[in-house]
Write a protein that binds this ligand. Structure first.
Ligand code: GDG
Length: 468
């Protein structure tokens, strides 16, 4: 179960309805598991004020949950993306607290829980994804105590001092504790959750296990621990090995005038990603002459995101003003400092960009994992390229051979960029080999298998999933 179904509703030129798979890490990870288990996927179809019956798509049963336009605004854009998202990312932007948004969040979570309670067979496993649905585990357990319930949080879980600002802090934790296993990206997130449980409820925690009173004098054991998410590394590598993708990488370099160094940033246009810090550091390096516009170009892909939320509109204006100024000050007729692209691209183009980039910049101020860092590594089968990675992205727990940075420290970030630009080829290869080993061995199939293994407690790896 996730907020969005893995398909988008499309209408063709004759006005006929249809569904198109929206490719993403979660879909790739869960598709084989779902197909093998004969599972159903519950989620919103992405269009407001429309109801759809459950249907089969490519061997998986999809169960759409309807949302009204008001609910999209209050539950999704409001409470999920303007209350929880900034709060869970360490209040980088101020969260908004509105009681009517909370009411919509409760109402929609109940609708999701009811949908699952209706379709799940006896003793079924239900895996709930992400911060939009934190109340579902408890609601579902009350309706269907026979179910095995898992929850995975894709974004950080903040320290108690921040989390405790949430007016509904007890209800959210109580909702999550309805699960049997609660998964987080990092060990630190699981630790923050455990501390919030102890502070707010006083429950005993022993290692990964939280003892939740069952109302009958006993306790229910809830596991909370890290399951760092990953990507389909083989699929990215195969894409990067395609001759047309490699040709496209060459074209990209050529169209920028074959600079010595191409730096790349790929992010949803989001204030958590540290795009402004990256631009500031790059601009100062050009200003100080440590980089020269004739030899170094930054490509910044900022894919459109949450465009109806006010904070995101402001962010877009700020970033575009900064890019405009930087280019105005630094570009020459023949050389552009920043190639800024406010577009979404097909995966092939993403792979070509990764191949074309000498230095990948991931400077998130806070990020659950950051899949872009792992995708860059998976594509570099040539063992080349240098990754600059924020220590505030979950990926930094695993990708230790990257050049790790604190993006708030602009001088440190500038030094890290120069270190990556000037890194000898042998050193780049040594680091990239180690990074690639980590990402290939810990791919998304291993992530889903290990979560489901913890959930079913059987130690059995679901069929269709490779051995962890
Ligand atoms: C959340 C958490 C966590 C981006 N632009 C385009 C495009 N993308 C793809 C990337 C990557 C994905 O979107 C972004 O994933 P990230 O992990 O970098 O960030 P979030 O979207 O914030 O994801 C995050 C993740 O959930 C999973 O748990 O890692 O911490 O915030 O796959 O490649 N893909 C295409 N065109 C684009 O223009 N095709």
């Amino acid at each position: 179960m996730s907020n969005r179904l893995p398909v988008d509703h499309v209408v063709d030129e004759h006005g006929a309805d249809g569904w198109k798979v929206s490719p993403g890490g979660l879909v790739t990870a869960l598709e084989p598991v779902m197909r093998e288990a004969g599972g159903a996927w519950i989620g919103w179809a992405g269009v407001a004020d429309q109801e759809f019956d459950p249907f089969e798509h490519d061997g998986i049963t999809l169960v759409p949950v309807p949302l009204s336009e008001d609910e999209v605004q209050d539950y999704y854009e409001g409470f999920s993306n303007d209350t929880l998202w900034p709060l869970y990312h360490d209040v980088i932007a101020p969260p908004s607290f509105h009681r009517e948004w909370w009411d919509a969040y409760v109402r929609v979570n109940r609708r999701f829980a009811e949908a699952a309670a209706r379709v799940a067979s006896r003793g079924a496993v239900v895996w709930v994804q992400d911060y939009q649905l934190q109340l579902v585990p408890k609601m579902l357990r009350e309706a269907r105590p026979d179910l095995v319930i898992g929850f995975f949080d894709h974004i950080p879980f903040p320290a108690y001092g921040i989390y405790s600002q949430l007016p509904w802090r007890r209800q959210v934790i109580d909702g999550l504790l309805g699960a049997d296993v609660i998964g987080f990206q990092r060990t630190a997130d699981a630790g923050n959750f455990g501390r919030a449980v102890r502070r707010l409820f006083g429950y005993t925690t022993r290692g990964n296990v939280i003892e939740v009173p069952d109302g009958a004098g006993g306790v229910r054991r809830v596991i909370h621990r890290a399951f760092p998410i990953s990507i389909d590394a083989n699929a990215f590598e195969s894409l990067a090995r395609r001759p047309d993708v490699q040709e496209r990488a060459r074209q990209i370099r050529e169209s920028l005038g074959n600079p010595e160094t191409i730096l790349l940033g790929v992010d949803r246009l989001d204030y958590t990603k540290g795009i402004r810090h990256r631009l500031k550091a790059f601009g100062e390096l050009l200003n100080e002459g440590r980089l020269e516009v004739e030899h170094a170009t930054l490509i910044q892909v900022a894919s459109p995101s949450r465009e109806r939320v006010e904070t995101y509109m402001q962010l877009r204006d700020e970033i575009e003003l900064t890019v405009g100024r930087l280019n105005g000050d630094q570009s020459t007729i023949g050389h552009q400092a920043v190639a800024y692209l406010h577009h979404g691209y097909p995966r092939e183009e993403m792979a070509a960009l990764y191949l074309a980039a000498d230095v990948m910049l991931v400077t998130a101020l806070r990020d659950g994992m950051n899949l872009v860092a792992k995708e860059y590594v998976a594509c570099r089968f040539d063992n080349d390229g240098a990754l600059v990675l924020s220590e505030f992205a979950g990926a930094s727990d695993e990708l230790k051979q990257a050049v790790l940075v604190n993006p708030h420290d602009i001088e440190g970030l500038k030094d890290a960029i120069i270190e990556a630009v000037e890194m000898p080829k042998k050193e780049r290869a040594r680091r990239m080999r180690a990074l690639r080993r980590r990402v290939t061995e810990h791919d998304v199939a291993r992530w889903s298998a290990s979560f489901l293994e913890a959930l079913t407690g059987a130690g059995v790896i679901p069929a269709g999933v490779s051995e962890p």
